[in-house]
Design a protein around this ligand. Sequence first.
Ligand code: ATP
Length: 141
Amino acid sequence: MVKKQFAVIGLGRFGSSVCRELYKLGHQVLAIDSKEEKVNEMTRHSTHSAIANGTDEKALLSLGIRNFDYVVVAIGDDIQSSILCTLLLKEFGVENVWVKAQNYYHQRVLEKIGADRIVHPEQDMGIRIAQHLTSEKIVDY
Ligand code: ATP
């Protein structure tokens, strides 16, 4: 079986958690953040790591990002950077670009520029928890 290559750009709570889990599952993961301390925290939980700006076309190309099967864009508050990074990845021809959206307007732009999957971690988790709560057998004494 050919191993899939993953990269995660933005190592906040969401991105770092995705990165750690992929690594724990035995996958190749490249962890990228513009902040050195974030990258340092993730060196033990990724196969490769790099300090780079996700909007820097040359930096992304030199990291060989176009060869990755999946790239997760987990840049949070800086919506402009998230959009530009996603646009670059799709222009490079990355097949699967999964992006964390901050709000509905961010989501709409991401859809237009070709993000393959858009996630809203807090909302998605809320839905899962509610489904979990209602599917468990609750015994009332
Ligand atoms: P979370 O909820 O996942 O903790 P957040 O929504 O609070 O994240 P931020 O903390 O703003 O989002 O960003 C997540 C990470 O993305 C941070 O570690 C930040 O350094 C990194 N980041 C922000 N902009 C860029 C960029 N242009 N290139 C690379 N990394 C970036």
